[in-house]
Design a binder for this molecule. Structure first.
Ligand SMILES: NC(=O)c1ccc[n+]([C@@H]2O[C@H](COP(=O)([O-])OP(=O)(O)OC[C@H]3O[C@@H](n4cnc5c(N)ncnc54)[C@H](OP(=O)(O)O)[C@@H]3O)[C@@H](O)[C@H]2O)c1
Length: 332
C-alpha cells in the first residue's frame, strides 16, 4: 500500500517534486483498531503551511514524514466494536491509500444518496468552516450584503450558498472569467468580481455593493482584504478564515492598508477563527448542511486528481489557483 511523504521543503511556489511516493503497509488491526481503504483524500491549503519552514502552527513537518490529510474511506477490517467492514468513515489518516488507526480517530459517515466525495468538501472541513464563519462571526440577516473571496473554492462555494440560503445579497470575488461564471451559475452568487481583471479592486467592490458590505468572509487576506475593508459598513463583520494569498510567502512581512482606524470608528468586528475550535458545533452544522443539500440548495463542484501519484501536483495546483471547487484525490 502506498503513501506520499515530504521529499523536500518548498521554497516559494510549491512544486510536485517536494513529494515522493513511499510504501506504507497497513497492518492487521489490533484490539480497538480499524483498517480502512481510502476512497477520497481531501487536498487543503493548510497543508502548504504545515510543510513550510515557517509553519502557520507548530513545528514544520519533518522531511520523510507522510503528509497530513483527511481521508474518506471504507472499513475493510475491524477490531473495534463500533465499526464493521463496509462502514463509511472519515479520519485524519494522512496521504495514504490504506491505514490502520484507533477507532476513536474515525467518524462514521451516514449512508446516503449524495456523492461520497462531498464528505471532503461541503460536508467536510470546508463546509464546517463556512458554516462556523457564518454562525459564530458574521451571522448576516436577510437583505444584508455579504462578500466572499475565493468564491469558486472549497470553502467559498459553501459560503456563497449559505449566504444565498439566508436571503443575503451575495457577492463573490474570484480569479478569472470561468471561475466567476461557475460561482454565479452553480453557487448562486448574485454577482462575482474577477479580481484579476479589476485594476482597482476597492472600486469594483463599491460598484457591486453600492450600499456597502455588511459581512466579509475572507479566504484570501492581503490586497483583497484591504479592498473589501474600504467598503465595510458601520458594524460590519469580517470572518478572517484564511490568507492563502500569502501561503507561498509565509515568514515575509504582511503589507497593506488595513483601515484599522476605521475599525474603531465604525465598530467593526474582525474575528479570526478555526473550525477546530468549534467541534461542539459540528453535529448541528453537519445536519444543516446535509438538509440544505437534500433540498437541492447546496452542491459541490470538484476537481478530481486520479491516484496518490498526482496528489503533490494537485496541492501545488490548489495553492496556485489552478483548481476550481473542492480539490479531491480519488484513491480507489
Ligand atoms: N479558519 C479555518 O478553520 C479554515 C479551515 C479551512 C480552510 N481555511 C482557509 O480558507 C481558505 C479557503 O480554503 P479552501 O480549502 O476553500 O481553498 P480554496 O479557496 O479552494 O483555495 C484555492 C484558491 O485560493 C485562491 N487564491 C490563491 N492565491 C490567491 C491570491 N494570491 N489572491 C487571491 N486568491 C488566491 C485561488 O482562487 P482564485 O483563482 O479565485 O484566486 C485558489 O483557487 C484558505 O485560506 C484556507 O487556509 C480556514
Amino acid at each position: 500500500m502506498r503513501a506520499v511523504a515530504l521529499a523536500k521543503r518548498p521554497k516559494g511556489a510549491l512544486t510536485a517534486d517536494c513529494f515522493t511516493l513511499v510504501e506504507a503497509p497497513a497492518a492487521a488491526p489490533q484490539e480497538g483498531e480499524v483498517r480502512i481503504r481510502g476512497r477520497y483524500l481531501s487536498l487543503d491549503p493548510y497543508m502548504r503551511g504545515a510543510i513550510d519552514e515557517h509553519p502557520l502552527h507548530g513545528a514544520p513537518l519533518p522531511i520523510g514524514a507522510v503528509m497530513p490529510g483527511r481521508v474518506v474511506g471504507e472499513v475493510t477490517d475491524s477490531a473495534h466494536p463500533d465499526f464493521k467492514p463496509g462502514d463509511l468513515v472519515r479520519g485524519d489518516v494522512g496521504w495514504r491509500a490504506a491505514a490502520t488507526v484507533k477507532g476513536g480517530a474515525l467518524v462514521k459517515i451516514p449512508a446516503g444518496d449524495l456523492p461520497l466525495s462531498w464528505h471532503t468538501g461541503v460536508f467536510g472541513g470546508p463546509g464546517l468552516t463556512a458554516w462556523i464563519g457564518y454562525a459564530v462571526v458574521g451571522d448576516p440577516k436577510p437583505g444584508e450584503t455579504v462578500v466572499v473571496s475565493s468564491a469558486a473554492g472549497g470553502v467559498g462555494m459553501v459560503a456563497g450558498q449559505l449566504g444565498r440560503a439566508r436571503g443575503c445579497h451575495v457577492i463573490g470575488i474570484a480569479g478569472g472569467a470561468a471561475k466567476c461564471a461557475l460561482a454565479q451559475s452553480r453557487f448562486g452568487f448574485d454577482e462575482v468580481i474577477d479580481y484579476k481583471a479589476a485594476p482597482d479592486l476597492a472600486a469594483a467592490v463599491k460598484a457591486a455593493a453600492p450600499r456597502g458590505v455588511d459581512f466579509y468572509f475572507d479566504n484570501v487576506g492581503e490586497r483583497t482584504l484591504d479592498a473589501v475593508l474600504a467598503n465595510l459598513n458601520v458594524r460590519g463583520r469580517v470572518a478572517l478564515c484564511g490568507h492563502i494569498a500569502a501561503y507561498n510567502s509565509l515568514g515575509s512581512p504582511d503589507v497593506g492598508k488595513r483601515h484599522y482606524r476605521d475599525a474603531n470608528s465604525f465598530r467593526w468586528r474582525l474575528q479570526g477563527f478555526s473550525v477546530r475550535d468549534n467541534a461542539d458545533l459540528w453535529p448541528r452544522a453537519t445536519a444543516e448542511l446535509m438538509a440544505l443539500a437534500q433540498a437541492g440548495k447546496l452542491v459541490q463542484h470538484e476537481t478530481v486528481v486520479d491516484g496518490l501519484a498526482g496528489a503533490g501536483q494537485g496541492l501545488a495546483d490548489l495553492i496556485a489557483g489552478r483548481v476550481t471547487g473542492k480539490a479531491v484525490v480519488k484513491l480507489a
